[in-house]
Design a protein around this ligand. Structure first.
Ligand SMILES: *Cc1c(COP(=O)(O)O)cnc(C)c1O
Length: 431
């Protein structure tokens, strides 16, 4: 499999190179030259296949010969070695719980897959890979956890001081070993712009092999397809589901669309957004106009210029009409998100967190107009990660999973820096 850059000004590369470099030299995103179609036999036996087998068969065509099959199977097994249960909320809405991984967020899947691929690629190389991550919470913790102890890879995480939740901060700062947390005295946007500058800095790139761990990276993006197959594996209705995806950078939904293009039957997609509404504007006005992100309670989706939007366009060959036909848009304001959390808790005793609640509302509205359909929301994080919001709304404590209790016994270790690129640069060069 070869990958081209969405800016069309870089040479084609294989999976190995696309994963190591992250962003193409022309600043485009890598995209597979062809989308593999899985054989009918695969779908016929989907229900009886193991998660490992599904992951392996789905990803294999994308990897080509860059990772030997046995190695790839091990990577896949380690990537999906936790539960992905599909829980019934009511007669028409099911929740695919993607928060049973080590950091309680769906980003664990992509981070675990990517870290293991990079670990394999850096074997036998004397040049260390440095993964630079700017995070508002979940991306950093999933990456830190995924890369912990991976030889040949160092991870440097930048997070905005005081702007991530307690549990997220502990997940970022207590691992040690090859993981370093930089506590930036600024905002998430500051962190992100410092990281962007680092990728463009000549001196840094001569000295270090830098890569990113966000969904720009193909290894993270492509592996997010797995759980759409797990959803269908557990789906017991005859008609295919409508899937509502809480969306920020649009990596997750684009992975679902890829799965769909590969043959997985999905009735319809909903790109569920908070008040950051660039996708809705695109659907309504046919023009894509990035905006400054506004802060909401579903903060992992506070994105004003979704980086994977170009991949969405590429998937549909820039055809606005087809995009509109296949994907519905919705924007859910914070007060509605809170009301949804309360309503679902009261009626169905199911605790949603803000991102899942946005997806729920989007699906509920869609089903009002499409009464014979049923659907799935992706619940992308555990409610305890957004405990303050949830507790305020339902007046009930969210229990910390036992597996997380150890975190509160660990010691936070971070290096405080000013929101200035030069500080990051000298830190990285000191090594
Ligand atoms: C990252 C994230 C999202 C958004 O996913 P994208 O792939 O960026 O669209 C949604 N919910 C949670 C909890 C997240 O961490």
């Amino acid at each position: 499999m070869l990958y081209f850059s969405t800016n069309k000004k870089s040479p084609l590369v294989n999976f190995r190179e696309a994963t190591i470099t992250g962003l193409a030299p022309d600043n485009g995103l890598y995209f597979p030259k062809t989308i593999p179609v899985l054989p009918p036999d695969f779908f016929k036996h989907l229900k009886t296949k193991t998660k490992e087998q599904i992951a392996f068969e789905v990803i294999r065509p994308y990897i080509g010969n860059t990772i030997p099959e046995e190695e790839l199977f091990t990577i896949c097994s380690e990537t999906v070695n936790f539960d992905f249960p599909l829980k019934k909320i009511n007669d028409n809405i099911y929740s695919l719980e993607l928060f049973h991984g080590p950091t309680l967020a769906f980003k664990d899947v992509g981070a675990r897959f990517m870290s293991r691929c990079l670990g394999y690629f850096s074997r036998g190389s004397d040049k260390k890979v440095t993964v630079l991550v700017a995070t508002s919470g979940d991306t950093g913790s999933a990456a830190a956890n995924g890369f912990l102890d991976v030889k040949g890879v160092d991870v440097v995480i930048l997070y905005p001081s005081g702007k991530v939740s307690k549990i997220q901060e502990l997940q970022l700062t207590t691992l040690g070993k090859n993981i370093t947390a930089l506590e930036v005295q600024g905002t998430f946007d500051d962190c992100q712009s410092m990281v962007k500058q680092a990728f463009l800095d000549k001196e840094l790139n001569e000295n270090l092999s830098l890569t990113s761990a966000n969904s720009i990276n193909v290894a993270r993006w492509l592996s997010q397809q797995f759980y759409y197959f797990f959803a269908l594996q557990q789906w017991e209705h005859e008609q295919p589901p409508v899937i509502s995806v809480p969306s920020g950078n649009f990596g997750n939904i684009c992975a679902g669309l890829l799965a769909n293009f590969s043959g997985l039957t999905v009735k319809h997609f909903i790109a569920a957004c908070n008040s950051n509404d660039v996708f809705s504007d695109y659907i309504n006005d046919k023009v894509y106009m990035p905006k400054i992100a506004t802060a909401t309670i579903s903060n992992a989706m506070d994105v004003g210029d979704p980086s994977n939007f170009v991949r969405l366009l590429e998937l549909f060959e820039h055809n606005h009409a087809t995009i509109k036909e296949r994907i519905s848009n919705c924007c859910v304001e914070d007060n509605v998100t809170e009301a949804t959390i309360l309503e679902v808790y009261k009626h169905y005793h199911y605790i949603l967190e803000p991102h899942g609640a946005v997806a729920y509302k989007g699906l509920e509205e869609y089903l009002k107009k499409n009464k014979t359909d049923k659907g799935i929301i992706l619940e992308t994080a555990h409610p305890v990660k957004f405990e303050e919001v949830v507790k305020k709304v339902i007046h009930h404590q969210v229990e910390l999973p036992v597996a997380m209790e150890y975190l509160f016994k660990l010691e936070k270790k971070s290096t405080i820096i000013k929101p200035e690129f030069e500080e990051l640069k000298s830190f990285l060069l000191k090594g």
